[in-house]
Design a protein around this ligand. Structure first.
Ligand code: RAM
Length: 342
């Protein structure tokens, strides 16, 4: 008797609380509506974390859910697995910071066939794999500016090297193409690009690659690292070896990671954009695509929250892109204002 009373009470609790609660949770999830995913290159990169933070803010302030993913290592294969999972979850959009320009095409096409809005940010997918691309800054300007900076640092003559991310990273590869283009100017006849090294956006590998560059090329005067992970590693090695004034590093760096090396002279100046804004602009691109306000075609415009109006333009690769804005120069005069921001 006693048992059946307890049993009835438990049943009542289940019926009156647990079941409605479960239904409410389900209903809330459905009502919450859209889910937008951002897939970065790999975990453990503070730049990627800032981008994801901006994406999450931009999605959540519109009342939707952000899904933030990144593989342990920056490979296309690992991103493909994540995208397959996101397709199975039937998310509304997927924005990828691509580890490979072409290798994600089959999975990206599967996503688009499933009705998922697919695009890239920071590191582009090829045009067949994306509806558009959120580009942080003009690629030609980045490449040319970095060579001009190295030229300035070595006083017009000397050996320089590039320390990149992975050899497949589409953003770094495009910037390196523009660096090579800039180097064709006879002005750079006394500049010798001795090597392009790849630190894979992994700190230890980037440190080891910097050390190898310094060992192999004792006359090396400047390292250009178009990656926040690489430039911080090079800054560390130059500082540890007390090579300030003999070897310089420039490139694309996070003020928070580079302030020390800008102050000690290892890096006279460097460039970047606001990674939080790249993610935030991607968030508004995601929702404008999912509401079909835009399709990713050149000439379309949309509003990106606190960043204002943006227009989709033709990119250099026959796809389209949305340009965040010009890169920003950081030096000893402004680095302290920015080092706590990103
Ligand atoms: C690294 C990543 C990223 C790139 C920045 C500059 O953090 O490779 O993709 O945009 O550097």
């Amino acid at each position: 008797m006693k048992r059946s009373v307890i049993g009835t009470i438990i049943l009542l609790i289940i019926v009156s609380f647990v079941i409605p609660f479960t239904l409410t949770a389900q209903a809330a999830q459905e009502a919450a509506g859209e889910r937008h995913a951002f897939v970065f290159k790999n975990t453990g990169n503070p730049y990627g974390e800032k981008q994801m933070e901006g994406f999450e803010n931009g999605i959540e302030e519109q009342g939707f859910e952000a899904i933030l993913r990144a593989p342990d290592l920056p490979t296309a294969e690992a991103q493909i697995k994540i995208i397959e999972q996101l397709i199975a979850q039937n998310v509304d959009s997927i924005c990828v910071t691509a580890n490979d320009y072409d290798a994600l095409e089959p999975v990206a096409k599967n996503a688009m066939q499933a009705g998922i809005k697919m695009f890239s940010a920071d590191s582009a997918l090829n045009p067949a794999s994306r509806m558009t691309h959120v580009n942080q800054a003009d690629s030609e300007m980045i490449g040319r500016t970095l060579i001009q900076a190295a030229y300035d640092m070595v006083d017009g003559a000397g050996q320089i090297a590039i320390l990149s991310a992975t050899s497949q990273a589409s953003n770094q590869n495009l910037w390196i193409e523009w660096m090579k283009e800039e180097l064709k100017d006879p002005k750079y006849d006394d500049i010798e690009l001795v090597r392009i090294a790849y630190g894979d956006d992994l700190r230890d590998k980037s440190v080891a690659e910097t050390e190898a560059l310094l060992r192999t090329f004792p006359d090396l005067e400047c390292i250009i690292a178009p990656t926040t992970v690489g430039i911080a590693a090079a800054g560390l090695v130059i500082s540890d070896k007390d090579l300030q004034g003999e070897v310089f590093v420039t490139g694309l760096g996070l003020p928070s990671e580079m302030a020390e090396y800008i102050h000690n002279g290892a890096c006279p100046y460097m460039f970047l954009w606001n990674p939080i804004d790249v993610g935030y602009l991607a968030a508004y691109t995601a929702t404008a695509l999912s509401s079909e306000e835009i399709t990713g075609a050149a000439g379309e415009t949309f509003s990106a929250g606190r960043l204002g109006e943006y227009e989709i333009v033709d990119a250099g690769d026959e796809g389209t892109e949305i340009l965040l804005g010009p890169p920003f120069k950081f030096d000893i005069d402004n680095i302290d204002e920015w080092k706590t921001v990103y």
